[in-house]
Design a protein around this ligand. Sequence first.
Ligand code: PEP
Ligand code: MN
Length: 342
Amino acid sequence: MLVVMAAGATAEQIAAVCAEISAMGFVAHPMPGPTRTAIGITGNRGPIEQAERIARMPAVAELIRVTAPYKLVSREFREAATVVRVAGVPIGGPTVTIIGGPCTVESREQTLAVAHSVAAAGATILRGGAFKPRTSPYAFHGLGETGLQILAEARAATGLPIVTEVLDTETLPLVAEYADMLQIGARNMQNYSLLRAIGRSNKPVLLKRSFAATVQDLLLAAEYLLDAGNTQVVLCERGIRSFDDSSRFTLDLGAVPIIKQLSHLPVIVDPSHASGRWEQVVPMARAAIAAGADGLIVEVHDNPAFAVCDGRQSLVPERFEVMMAQIRRVAAALDRDLTPQP
Ligand code: PEP
Ligand code: MN
């Protein structure tokens, strides 16, 4: 349920409503808006019997029943779009944010070279995996802490904040020491203990949609993060599994406007993993921005033929630069600019 306070409600009146909600055994989430404050209620299993008591409190304008199973991520709870800040770089809001970098950190030279090229092309966040979830147990699983140190060096050299994946609760403290943004991969989207642990951290989160998850599953996974206290969450559409094997996954671009309607959280698109081949990546990147995505996460490699992981879908730096120029124009058609570099 959502308690909408009257426009002139005082801090004391808002606090009194929150206290009443707590006294009923529920959790109050005050959300100040431009004109008035709304207070979300979670923790109730069904309709709140004592709702009338809240409705009669001073400065309460209205009670709204939230019908979606997810609450804190829903537009019903918070109308204004959330802007997530990754070491000062915004995702969501009026600008379009591009994250670029290698699938995985292979070496210092490779990571620094790619980091410099994506920065020069206008990306504002650097990606790179140090802990890699791989389908095969025999594949390369990342450089671990050495990879995180290389990413930190690339951040120092370029000024770009870094996003990197966390595989489990065990390595979360280590990854959080280095990362500006924690990535939850498609394979971990429904790892609820990991979601809760990352929800308790204060780092921005990039939550990727599982390739077998509905939009509602994704929003409920995000709800775990917000319920645990972390409101800095960006959602990512990265392709779902379909019957068609002409691309690695099937990019569900229709999900972008739907998620924007259902949730206030920013949404970005990963055209690289969705496609699995570089030829599809730039057209899908253009389409994603045209569909209203708040940004992209794109894999780039300076020598894709020799990439340890996902070379087939990686753009060479020159192609990434072409993509950036085209994205700028698509964004401009929607009155959006690319996010300026930090
Ligand atoms: C990645 O971004 O490196 C990755 C492994 O993606 P996904 O979790 O979407 O497969
Ligand atoms: Mn990859």
